[in-house]
Design a protein around this ligand. Structure first.
Ligand code: SAM
Length: 266
């Protein structure tokens, strides 16, 4: 099989910076990502296949793969060159009908894999974390700074609602850290590949809304921010008391477990 650099050379193109097109050219990294993502009989959805650096070796497994790519020129190349077990879908991943794609793959567990376009990393991971599909595993590459949010602790500056949701729902680990030299063209910053394995947990439906309000103004106390959640100050203070939290607490001081307790009591 051709290396990723050979594939790029065979398809002269000007990478579209606005679409976050930094193609992976590190064969050792590709092999490790592919190994982490493959599981017998578990089909995959790939986000942003590009020229197929990951798709081509993944497809060798014979597993069914739906590869969702926004750039139609890249889709034409992939459609012409990839085997039949890969369906190329020309769409914005944020708008793609994931239920339909999932059904087309057989409707059971599935794995998500992708070297994510940096400009939409958060919306993509937010969508994955809240989509409700039976996800077996996610293997996602992103800029190091974005990756840090999934390990952020209370009071860290990058502790955000997505940190809480992802940490409650998934065990998150770092598979690899990569320097800019692993890509063409080279980005300005380092990247990481994270593996998300689901936990046995069912989160209250109110949790995402609660988190959004709680973090809406970081410097304000939770009692104040919860007015956006339909609670007056007295009701908010009573809720915090029932959850065993102090009245003056700020959202950024609460652990994921504290938020889970609060949402369960709402
Ligand atoms: N997987 C390839 C690789 O590792 O070489 C390409 C990764 S590149 C960082 C991100 C890819 O996502 C690009 O091919 C880009 O065109 C595509 N992309 C950007 N925005 C997208 C979106 N909203 N939905 C689907 N694909 C998108």
């Amino acid at each position: 099989m051709s290396t990723s650099r050979e594939i790029i050379t065979a398809h002269p193109l000007t990478p579209n910076k606005a679409l976050g097109q930094n193609f992976l050219v590190d064969e050792a990294a590709i092999a490790r990502i592919v190994y982490a993502a493959l599981e017998p009989r578990v089909p995959m959805i790939e986000i942003g296949p590009g020229l197929g650096a990951l798709t081509r070796p993944l497809a060798e497994s014979g597993l069914r793969i739906a590869a969702v790519e926004l750039d139609s020129a890249l889709c034409r190349i992939l459609e012409a060159e990839l085997p039949e077990n890969v369906s190329v879908i020309n769409a914005d991943f944020l708008k793609a009908d994931l239920e339909k794609i999932h059904a087309s793959l057989g409707g059971d567990d599935l794995t998500f894999v992708g070297n994510l376009p940096y400009y939409v990393t958060s919306p993509i991971v937010s969508r994955l974390v809240s989509c409700g599909l039976p996800i077996r595993r996610m293997v996602l590459m992103m800029q190091k700074e974005a990756a840090d949010r999934f390990f952020a602790k209370p009071k860290d500056k990058n502790y955000v609602p997505l940190s809480v949701l992802a940490q409650l729902k998934y065990s998150v680990g770092t598979l690899l850290e990569l320097s800019p030299a692993s890509y063409w063209p080279q980005p300005e910053v380092a990247s990481a590949v994270l593996v998300f394995d689901p936990k046995e947990v069912s989160l209250p439906a109110k949790l995402p809304g609660l988190l959004k309000c709680a973090f809406s103004m970081r410097r304000k106390t939770l009692v104040n921010n919860l007015s956006g959640f339909g609670l007056n100050k007295k009701e908010a203070a009573a809720l915090l008391e029932r959850a065993g939290l102090s009245a003056g607490v700020r959202a950024e001081e609460l652990t994921p477990g504290d938020f889970l307790r609060l949402a369960e009591l709402c």
